[in-house]
Design a protein around this ligand. Structure first.
Ligand code: ASP
Length: 331
C-alpha cells in the first residue's frame, strides 16, 4: 500500500536577494537555519503528527533564529520597539488564531495557537493580546530582548535614508504601483512561514513577522490577517505569504489563491503564479508565497529576486534556496 503523501515548505522572507549580496559564510548559515527549521516540522509529519503541529514547530525554529524578522531578530518600529504579528490556520476545520502588535511573547506563533485553542476569538491585538498571553502563561520577554544589532543598524539606515546593502531581504526601489505608494527605500521583508500536509490529509499554515522596518506603531500587515498572509483549507490549499503587506492585504492573496483552485479549477502552481505574478504585480506588490495542497503538490512562487525558502520534493528530497536560480540539495 502506498504511504499517504506528506508535504512541507517554509519561507524566511522575500526581497532583493541577488548572488554576491551575502558573504558565503552567511549564506551557509542561512541554508543551515532553513534546513534546521524545516526538519523540525518534517519530523512531526514523519511521526504521524498533525500539519498544525508541524507548521508551528517550523515557525518556532525560525523565530528563535536572529537571521529572520520574526521573534528574536524582529525589525524595529518607528518608535524603536518591536510589535509582532502571527497567525496559524488549520485546513481541516478552518479554525484559526492570530495576534497583532504583540510586545512580549517570546514565540508569537505559539501565541497565535493559544488564541486558536483557548479563546473564543480569531484575533487579539495590542495590549489585549499581551494580557491574554500573560494569563495563558505563555513565556514572556522584555521587548528589547528582540533587539539585534543588525536590525538596529537597518532601522537607523532606513531612518537616515542611507541605502547601504543589508543582509536582510529588502527592496531598495519600492515603487507603489497605481497608488503611488512609498518611494522610501529600505522597506524590509523577512517574515517567516510554513505550510504542511500531514498523513491524515490535512493542510495547515503559519506565518510570523516583526512587520516592516520603521513601521508606524500599531501598523498591522497581512501576516495575521486570515485570508491575506495566512490561509488553510483542505478543499484547496495552505498558503503563507511574505512581502509588502499593504499590497497582500488588498489582493487578499491567500484566499484568492484558494478561490482560484476551488471555483476556477486552477491547479496549485497556476493559482499561485497568477496571484503573485499578475494580481500582485498589477498593484505594485512585491513578495511571494509558499503553498501545499491536500494531494501533495507544493509551490513556491515569488516576484522578487529571491526568497529564503526550503521544501521537500516529491521524492522527499530536501532543498534550500535563497536566490531565484538557487537550489541546494541536502542528503
Ligand atoms: N508581510 C509582512 C508585513 O507586511 C512583511 C514581510 O513579509 O516580511 O508585515
Amino acid at each position: 500500500m502506498n504511504k499517504a503523501p506528506i508535504a512541507i515548505a517554509i519561507h524566511g522572507g522575500a526581497g532583493v536577494l541577488t548572488p554576491g549580496l551575502l558573504p558565503p559564510q552567511d549564506e551557509d548559515a542561512i541554508h543551515e537555519a532553513l534546513r534546521h527549521a524545516i526538519d523540525a516540522g518534517h519530523q512531526v509529519l514523519e511521526a504521524g503528527g498533525s500539519s498544525l503541529d508541524a507548521v508551528e514547530s517550523c515557525v518556532v525554529a525560525l523565530e528563535e533564529c536572529p537571521w529572520f524578522n520574526a521573534g528574536k531578530g524582529a525589525v524595529f518600529t518607528e518608535d524603536g520597539t518591536h510589535e509582532m504579528d502571527a497567525a496559524i490556520m488549520n485546513g481541516a476545520d478552518r479554525s484559526a488564531g492570530a495576534i497583532a502588535g504583540a510586545h512580549y511573547i517570546r514565540n508569537p506563533i505559539r501565541g497565535a495557537r493559544v488564541v486558536l485553542e483557548h479563546s473564543d476569538h480569531v484575533m487579539l491585538a495590542g495590549e489585549g493580546a499581551d494580557r491574554f498571553l500573560l494569563e495563558q502563561d505563555q513565556p514572556q520577554v522584555a521587548n528589547d530582548w528582540f533587539d539585534t544589532e543588525l536590525r538596529r543598524r537597518q532601522w537607523q539606515d532606513n531612518r537616515s535614508g542611507h541605502k547601504a546593502p543589508s543582509l536582510e531581504p529588502s527592496h531598495a526601489n519600492h515603487h507603489g504601483g497605481e497608488t503611488g505608494g512609498s518611494e522610501k527605500p529600505g522597506h524590509k521583508f523577512g517574515t517567516v512561514g510554513a505550510v504542511a500536509l500531514d498523513s491524515h490529509g490535512h493542510v495547515a499554515s503559519a506565518t510570523s513577522t516583526g512587520g516592516i522596518t520603521n513601521k508606524r506603531f500599531s501598523r498591522v500587515g497581512d501576516t495575521p490577517l486570515i485570508g491575506a498572509g495566512t490561509w488553510a483549507d483542505d478543499r484547496s490549499a495552505a498558503i503563507s505569504a511574505t512581502g509588502h503587506g499593504e499590497y497582500f492585504i488588498r489582493a487578499v492573496v491567500g484566499h484568492d489563491i484558494a478561490a482560484r483552485m476551488r471555483f476556477a479549477g486552477r491547479d496549485l502552481a497556476t493559482a499561485c503564479d497568477e496571484v503573485v505574478h499578475q494580481e500582485l504585480k498589477a498593484l505594485g506588490g512585491q513578495g511571494g508565497v509558499i503553498a501545499v495542497s491536500p494531494d501533495g503538490d507544493t509551490r513556491l512562487s515569488f516576484n522578487t529576486p529571491g526568497m529564503y525558502r526550503a521544501w521537500r520534493d516529491d521524492e522527499g528530497q530536501l532543498h534550500t534556496a535563497i536566490y531565484a536560480e538557487d537550489d541546494r540539495v541536502h542528503d
